[in-house]
Write a protein that binds this ligand. Structure first.
Ligand code: APR
Length: 230
């Protein structure tokens, strides 16, 4: 049974209305990473960091999955082998489209993390550093988002999936951020056929057997139809 592992990035949610990070006008053009997306930034100014993620949570609550998210959920439902979706995205659009067991390697806007004890819990709306942890009652609440300098979630599990994949596809990601940017090399090293679907060439396009350029909402449904049909 053919196992497929998919990595998604901000580009898959762009057509739903969520800004990417590195495109012109993207989030990192409007905010400095060192102000909002590092442990130091949070230690210095937790209110500012919460404000950034509260705004993103509010925005993510307003948008709908697009044809690319829907196509991946269809692939998961209809493919005879296992389909694992790993996402760098902190939105819940894969789940909203019906995808199952999505691995959020960079965390989720819909969860908070206790910086004191590591408890993670579901949240809606705005959160603040003063919110008490449901497990230890510390007031050290932070967004459950993996920042620069932190280790992504579930890496052992992801590496196992990559090593067992027959097809690896990366969708809507610039290939600028490791370890995700190294996934194609890892999967290819274990024999996977690697496909990149992105608006433009990424920083790691050379690691893929095929690089397809175009909008995720068009390219992903076409690719899924090919995989299911072939
Ligand atoms: N269809 C396909 N690709 C698109 C689309 C689209 N409609 N719109 C944009 N893209 C592509 C861009 O060309 C770009 O290469 O998506 C990619 C998005 O890249 P980034 O903004 O760098 O996002 P991502 O790769 O997910 O970033 C990785 O960096 O700061 C972080 O933690 C954050 O998870 C994020 C990580």
């Amino acid at each position: 049974m053919q196992k497929i592992v998919i990595l998604t990035g901000a580009g898959i949610s762009a057509e739903s209305g969520l800004a990417t990070f590195r495109d012109a006008g993207g989030l990192w053009a409007q905010h400095r990473i060192e102000d909002v997306a590092t442990p130091d930034a949070f230690a210095r100014d937790p209110e500012r960091v919460h404000a950034f993620y509260n705004a993103r949570r509010a925005q993510a609550d307003e948008v709908q999955p697009n044809a690319a998210h829907q196509a991946l959920a269809r692939l998961q439902a209809e493919h005879s082998g296992e389909v694992v979706i790993v996402t760098q995205n902190v939105d819940a659009l894969h789940e909203a489209a019906g995808a199952r067991d999505v691995i959020h390697m960079h965390g989720e806007l819909a969860r908070a993390l206790c910086a004191a004890c590591g408890e993670r819990w579901p949240v809606t709306g705005d959160i603040s550093p003063a919110e008490a942890c449901p497990a230890c009652a510390a007031r050290a609440c932070r967004p459950d988002v993996v920042w620069f300098g932190e280790i992504p979630y579930r890496m052992d599990e992801i590496l196992n999936h990559l090593q067992g994949a027959e097809i690896f596809a990366a969708i809507g990601t610039s290939g600028e951020v490791y370890p995700a940017a190294g996934f194609a090399q890892e999967a290819a090293g274990h024999g996977a056929h690697c496909v990149e679907i992105n608006l433009e060439a990424s920083a790691v396009s050379r690691d893929f057997d095929e690089a397809r350029q175009g909008r995720a909402s068009e390219m992903v449904p076409a690719w899924v139809a090919e995989v299911l049909g072939g």
